[in-house]
Design a protein around this ligand. Sequence first.
Ligand SMILES: Nc1nc2c(c(=O)[nH]1)N[C@H]1C(S)=C(S)[C@@H](COP(=O)(O)OP(=O)(O)OC[C@H]3O[C@@H](n4cnc5c(N)ncnc54)[C@H](O)[C@@H]3O)O[C@H]1N2
Ligand code: MOO
Length: 397
Amino acid sequence: MRTVEEHQAVVAALLPPLPEEEVSLAAAHNRVLARDVRASVALPGFDNSAMDGYAARWSEVAPPPVRLPVADDIPAGRTDVVPLAPGTVQRIMTGAPLPDGADVVVPVELTDGGTDVVEIRDSPAAGTHLRHAGEDIAAGAVALTAGSPLGAAQLGLAAAVGARTLPVRRRPRVLVLSTGSELVEPGAPLLPGQIYESNSALLAAAVEDAGGTARRLHFVPDDVDQFLATVRAELATADLLITSGGVSAGAYEVVKDAFAALGTVEFAKVAMQPGGPQGAGTVDGVPVVTLPGNPVSSFVSFEVFVRPALRRALGHAAPGRLRAPAVLTAPLRSPAGRRQFLRGRYDGGLVSQVGGPGSHLVAHLARANCLVVVPEDVTELPAGAQVDVVLIEGALQ
Ligand SMILES: Nc1nc2c(c(=O)[nH]1)N[C@H]1C(S)=C(S)[C@@H](COP(=O)(O)OP(=O)(O)OC[C@H]3O[C@@H](n4cnc5c(N)ncnc54)[C@H](O)[C@@H]3O)O[C@H]1N2
Ligand code: MOO
């Protein structure tokens, strides 16, 4: 039997780093930066005011009250600011360049708001309400490091330092193909013994969450020829094919039967639950990962093997999920020799199991926000024991 880490390494080796492309900031949202980006300007770019008020010399406005002529008006965006003449102030707005000679801004609330002559009724502390050039980032410094996920704040910073486009890695194109003669399109009538096909919806969403683009192929019955024909018709355009079902020990294991015969996909049992039966390799030179059909097994296998490999190929600095220590609210049991990934609900440092260990419990999976990891050598844990949980972002609301 393979360890979890051994199979993780097999899957990761199938997916080399994806090629770089340069995209607009809007298109870079939720992508991963491929190279460091340096600031073409400092932030702030120049000394400026943090308040609407009056640029002044502190020695001339203390102690209050003081009346001084307003020599000029500096709205934000003014590019021809003149130095502050001694014995005067300049009316200044938030973000406007500070005139040479000023060393304090008096907020308008501390004055009578005069436009020709202003009465300063209270003076601020020396040097306050100023924003200094370069205090956030210096020109030429690295603003964003390779491997950073590009969310709202990172895209805001990229624009603030003058970037119009960003280098990212191309999204992996992932085909998703479910197998099983019992499967029916959701919404269509069901005959006894049939079920709605749900793994392709689950896996396609998981691929998109991981940063890939997913294409669901129409599921196929347990027929090797039909399965191989569907795969071969589509494979050339893909970076990865994920299949679900048909990999265990039964009489109609379509994925195993079809791919084992090619000799380029290896099937193995991994010491985990759910997600025991796994396969990985290439078909016609394209990486293929075969996941077990039970919906919870498909989800957990994707989480443990495919998601980190896709994110590593995308260049993520942190390809794994966030993990946290948590305290069990109730005792649990786990089979010896297998790492368990139980579904749980994590809240404020406590975690409760959601449903039992059965790999068919998709409704319970949908209520979980974490996976509770029970090591291979642990068979029982009491309430109050500390466990490691994998936080499933997006399910955390
Ligand atoms: N004798 C043995 N039987 C089984 C073993 C074993 O070692 N020996 N392993 C069990 C484990 S663990 C798992 S996991 C499953 C994996 O089986 P397959 O990957 O071959 O999957 P199927 O048999 O096709 O389906 C299993 C289960 O999941 C349902 N399913 C499949 N595809 C979908 C889909 N697209 N949408 C919704 N539900 C799906 C299917 O109807 C079955 O109920 O094998 C155990 N058996
Ligand atoms: O490994 Mo299966 O995935 O237990 O249900």
